[in-house]
Write a new protein. Structure first.
Length: 277
């Protein structure tokens, strides 16, 4: 005898298709797979969140280590380039103006580490370029006032322009050094130091322009350009010559970056010509 299933609710029997779930008295669908249908997606979501959190923690830890090492490296390098005293500053400025009488341009080392600038007149520094840049801005402000052109906005424009030229020059030089495989002899701060020395003869040219007008300016600029080019050429040659990677090809390598010396007079003229009457 065929028996019909028993239903508690009256009415026709529901359609039991292949994708249908049998609904018991409680009204909840039966899941014969061992759990609720949303259990697997919930576990996947939790696992994904957990893996994402682990990845974020690893990236944060790596970033913190990288920032810490970068700060240490930058701090140690800056500490070296600012390790100067009054005697070094005076001798270095005189060397920039009178480099022709200087004989020994070699850098001194101790345990394969360069000696600090205060103990080596040939070592590059950032103190003189920084102070020269600030002094240059002050002199420019004074000249603008003398010519009735001073304003805070104008002084800010001149400072920004000089800084932009300096940064562009350093970056362009680093790119060219990299293309010539000469980065082992020059670091970023080394190039920045050599580029910043031009503000010393620029200040002298502007000061002489106050007393001797344009004639004094052009004479001082010409002499300062000559001495600066000679000073930079000797420094560049010695840095390349003492590099362990490119030792033995100093003269040929120096000729590859001689443009760095030749462009300095053009930049000096560009940054001073507008302040001479």
């Amino acid at each position: 005898m065929n028996q019909q299933p028993f239903y508690t609710n009256s009415g026709p029997m529901p359609n039991m298709g292949p994708n249908s779930y049998a609904t018991p008295m409680g009204g909840y669908p039966m899941n014969y797979g061992g759990g609720f249908p949303g259990d697997q997606s919930f576990l996947n979501q939790q696992l994904g969140n957990h893996m994402a959190q682990i990845f974020q923690d690893q990236v944060a830890q790596y970033s913190d280590n990288l920032v810490s090492k970068s700060k240490t490296w930058v701090g140690n390098n800056l500490k070296y380039y600012f390790a100067v005293d009054t005697g070094y500053v005076l001798k270095k400025i005189l060397l920039i103006f009178f480099p022709f009488t200087h004989k020994d341009w070699s850098l001194k080392y101790c345990n394969d580490e360069p000696i600090s600038p205060r103990d080596d007149i040939n070592a590059p520094d950032l103190y003189i370029p920084w102070m020269a840049f600030v002094t240059y801005i002050l002199v420019v402000g004074y000249l603008l006032g003398v010519n009735d052109r001073f304003s805070p906005e104008q002084l800010g424009i001149q400072a920004s322009s000089a800084l932009a030229w300096l940064i562009f020059e350093v970056l362009a030089t680093m790119i060219i050094l990299y293309s010539f495989n000469l980065t082992s002899a020059f670091g970023f701060f080394h190039v920045l130091s050599l580029s910043g020395y031009k503000f010393v003869p620029m200040i002298a040219a502007l000061i002489l322009a106050l007393f001797f007008s344009s004639l004094g300016y052009y004479i001082a600029l010409a002499y300062g350009s000559l001495t600066l080019c000679y000073f930079l050429l000797r420094n560049i040659h010695m840095a390349i010559e003492t590099s362990p990677v490119i030792h033995g090809s100093g003269r040929q390598s120096t000729l590859k970056v001689v443009f760095f010396c030749l462009i300095q007079p053009l930049l000096m003229y560009q940054l001073t010509r507008n302040f001479v009457a």
